[in-house]
Design a protein around this ligand. Structure first.
Ligand code: NAD
Length: 339
């Protein structure tokens, strides 16, 4: 590692970056411009960065990667790497790494929290009793079904999907999963049931929770036919990526009464697109959507503990590369080989 590496943390983090300074050493220069768009950072800064630690605000597109002269590693502060052009970085010999395991527990807890909020009518009860004491009764959240024995369908049984499965089992739920890439035996180890097709899961689950990465295969997976195949009155939870779902289709499914409710931590456009009819109706608290849609601001990973874990793991990963060591979680190996 050069004696005075320049570490650029383009988005989200506000100075002082004490944790990172402790890892890279006193002589490292760390810049935290807290920008949203590449144009907010000068070409000179992009050119001189030795390592970039990027959150999810800043898209690392090919045109930005073109500007990097010294950079040896980009670490995505999180799991999803869809905001980084992996091929463009690889072709320039820049390693892209992620931190796949920093907030597994937090995201799983959040998915369950969204589910429980809707399934137990917490949101509806709370809003109603706040509005008036005339709602001080147990009918104001509509029909509630017992969680124990109900069926949760998990799409994607990676670390987060697995952590959701463990939690749902503790609630006495029957857990199904669909993940064609998971080898045999996992269902036995966890005591859950594998579905051989997405349709099998959708038609059996009282609630469906998405835990797949955003890929060309999964983009738009939750479309009109997906919602149509779900059980009437089921709940839909998405803490993964907004682009996994078609918001128009979700709007139609909720409005037609096909779905009971949705808990979303992610949206196809973030922050929420105020022009979208579902978002408009939700903001205006239109009667048909009242208490059936819970939205949180891509915050499933948030906890003090996850933040410290993420930042230290990301900085240590970048430091490994700057020291000429092999990183633990490089996600663009296949393009590096062609560099
Ligand atoms: P992972 O990539 O480790 O695991 C995902 C699983 O999905 C894998 O087992 C994979 O085999 C499976 N999968 C891939 N394509 C599939 C398909 N077409 N059908 C079914 N299964 C498929 O991911 P993870 O760490 O468990 O994270 C899950 C999701 O959570 C990711 O989308 C990630 O971006 C998101 N995430 C969100 C937040 C947040 O704050 N909201 C934080 C962290 C992660």
């Amino acid at each position: 590692m050069t004696k005075h590496p320049f570490i650029l943390i383009p988005d989200l983090l506000k100075a002082p970056a004490r944790l990172e300074q402790g890892i890279f050493g006193k002589k490292a220069r760390i810049m935290t411009p807290c920008a949203h768009r590449p144009e907010e950072i000068s070409d000179k800064v992009w050119k001189s960065a030795d390592a970039i630690l990027v959150w999810h605000w800043m898209p690392m597109r090919a045109d930005v990667i073109e500007k990097l002269d010294r950079c040896r590693v980009i670490v995505r502060m999180g799991v999803g790497v869809d905001s980084v052009d992996l091929a463009a970085a690889g072709k320039r010999g820049i390693r892209v790494c992620n931190v796949p395991d920093y907030g597994t527990e937090d995201v799983a807890d959040h998915a369950l929290a969204l589910f429980l909020t809707l399934a137990r009518g917490i949101y509806a009860f709370s809003e109603n009793v706040r509005a008036s004491n005339s709602h001080w009764n147990w009918h104001s959240a509509g029909t509630l079904h017992r969680i124990t024995g109900s069926v949760l369908g998990i799409i994607g049984l990676g670390p987060i999907g697995t952590a959701v499965a463990m939690r749902a089992k503790a609630f006495g739920m029957q857990v199904l999963f669909y993940d064609p890439y998971i080898g045999p035996g996992q269902e036995k180890a966890l005591g859950i049931k594998r579905c051989r097709s997405l349709d099998e899961l959708l038609s059996a689950a009282d609630a469906v929770s998405m835990h797949v990465p955003l890929t060309p295969e999964t983009k738009g997976m939750a479309d009109a036919s997906f919602f149509f195949k779900m059980k009437k009155d089921a709940l839909f939870i998405n803490t993964s990526r907004g682009a996994l779902m078609d918001l128009d289709a979700l709007h139609a499914a909720l409005k037609s009464g096909c779905l009971r409710g949705a808990g979303l931590d992610v949206l196809p456009i973030e922050p929420a697109d105020n022009k979208h009819p579902l978002i408009k109706a939700w903001r205006k608290r239109e009667a048909w959507i009242a208490h059936r849609l819970v939205i949180t601001p891509h915050a499933a990973f948030v906890s003090v503990e996850a933040d410290a874990e993420l930042r230290s793991k990301a900085a240590l990963e970048a430091k490994r590369v700057l020291e000429g060591k092999k990183p633990f979680h490089c996600v663009n190996e296949k393009w590096l080989k062609t560099a």
